[in-house]
Write a protein that binds this ligand. Structure first.
Ligand code: SF4
Length: 469
């Protein structure tokens, strides 16, 4: 029986127009990134630097989180810890209830997607309005993001024009991108001024100073964090960096890797609520620090590298699998290579373990990752964990184990390490090669079955006079 993931992949592969659209978009992003790094030596130096900064922060994560909490608290920011997404949602709800807020405006936040915050709040009678243009579009259409930095990348301008025309019939139909953008901007501008609460994500949290950094292009991040009287920031515990001087190198490589921009339009630093005499800023600021499986990932010396991620999306843009199946096929919050390694570790191999098989292991993701996460190695490790049952730090290790497959590989391993048995097997295979069927189920549905040679390798080498023992 086909799994949900396989069904979604088959459906996506059947949509030629969507595939062409993704191909074009990803080609543009890849070219933009390449143009931003004309000097390969500089790129490699920047990647080294970014890797060291993130690895250093993770090496002292517990201490840095304590330091971050102390400095944020001293600055007047309320810090909340959430082990699970349920806890994080409850924290947000309580803050909303404390202020009798019935709606909030949101800047872009993948952690809030991870929490399923919009649906949770909706179930409590609270509206969460997305203000990032891409998020605004997919929210109008009842969809989820298909990319971590370009959530509506799967939509064409014609589809967006149609959607706006359906949802805002008073506004004349247009396919002009500037006019569509202005329409969303006009609608949202008024909402910003009236929102009781604004919510955002965090790109980096600086332990040394207790500063929350937010990188964005549209200004909606700044609006949601400065205009409403209450600001709630949500982030994963891994986003902490040690020093303020760690930010410029990360900021130098993040947008160039992500969209191929030299720098983003806005860089926000949130250090405290509004101080006396200041003209703007929220009166109350909260930070929700979410674990959701990150501590478990942290406990494994190899898998820990997963937490270095700065969510640039470059691995996604360069992934030959993502470009063909699009983001929604993954059925996860984080798609592409980062989703492939993060989601099974967060939710367990029994839930998303299938994703680690959906990789050609071409290595492009690891080559472009600005913090040098060895994504292909982690995929291989998770494949291993899926079929082994030893004690493991990975959730649901061994859940993909198939007894017959395990016995077959054990027998193969035994034969391959016993030369006499191996020779006997090879000889036998050449004798019965004509009896081996050409169709080997699903495996040959997309491949040609390899023909078995009429002579073993030993026989062939012997015939050539090669000393092969
Ligand atoms: S894994 Fe690397 S390339 Fe992918 S989103 Fe994270 S930082 Fe970017």
């Amino acid at each position: 029986m086909k799994t949900e993931f396989r069904i979604q992949v088959d459906q996506a592969l059947g949509k030629q127009d969507v595939r062409a659209h993704f191909r074009k978009a990803m080609d543009t992003l890849m070219t933009n990134r390449r143009n931003q790094f004309p000097d390969n030596a500089e790129l490699q130096r920047l990647r080294d630097q970014a890797q060291v900064i993130r690895a250093n922060a993770l090496s002292k994560l517990p201490e840095l989180l304590e330091q971050l909490e102390a400095n944020l608290t001293q600055n007047g920011i309320h810090v909340h810890w959430a082990e699970t997404t349920d806890e994080a949602n409850d924290i947000v709800l309580k803050i909303m209830q404390k202020h009798n807020a019935t709606w909030m405006i949101k800047g872009k936040s993948m952690v809030s997607e991870e929490m399923g915050l919009n649906h949770f709040l909706e179930s409590k009678g609270i509206e969460a309005l997305e203000s990032d243009l891409g998020e605004f579009i997919i929210q109008l259409d009842g969809e989820t993001p298909s990319h971590i930095i370009m959530p509506a990348i799967h939509k064409s301008k014609e589809q967006i024009a149609k959607l706006f025309n359906e949802k805002f019939p008073d506004i004349p139909y247009t396919e002009d991108v500037d006019t569509l953008t202005r329409t969303a901007r006009d609608i949202l501008r008024e909402k910003f001024y009236n929102a009781p609460v604004g919510l955002s994500g965090v790109n980096f949290a600086v332990a040394e100073t207790g500063t929350l950094c937010l990188v964005e292009n549209e200004g909606n991040g700044r609006m949601s964090t400065t205009i409403p009287p209450v600001h709630i920031a949500v982030t994963g515990i891994e986003k902490v960096v040690e020093k303020f001087s760690d930010i410029p190198p990360l900021l130098s490589i993040l947008p160039r890797s992500a969209t191929g921009q030299p720098i983003t339009t806005y860089f926000n630093m949130i250090s405290s609520p509004r101080k006396q005499g200041e003209k703007d800023g929220p009166e109350e600021v909260h930070l929700v620090l979410l674990d959701n499986g990150r501590s478990r990932i942290y406990s494994d010396p190899e898998l820990l590298a997963t937490l270095r991620c700065i969510r640039c999306g470059a691995c996604i843009n360069h992934c030959p699998v993502y470009v063909r199946i699009g983001g929604h096929s993954y059925g996860t919050v984080y798609p592409g290579p980062i989703g492939t390694i993060l989601e099974p570790q967060k939710s367990g191999l029994s839930v998303h373990g299938e994703l680690v098989q959906a990789s050609s292991l071409c290595g492009a993701c690891g080559e472009v990752c600005p913090v040098r996460i060895p994504i292909p190695n982690i995929i291989n490790r998770l494949r291993y964990e899926g079929v082994h049952q030893e004690e493991s730090s990975v959730l649901d290790a061994g859940s993909k184990r198939k007894p017959m497959e395990a016995i077959t590989w054990k027998a193969w391993s035994w034969a391959a390490t016993h030369p006499s048995m191996y020779n006997l097997g090879s000889n036998l295979a050449t004798q019965v090669r004509k009896l081996v069927p050409n169709h080997l189920g699903a495996w040959t549905s997309v491949r040609t079955a390899p023909a078995i040679a009429d002579k073993t390798l030993h026989q062939q080498l012997k015939a050539l006079g090669v000393d092969h023992e």
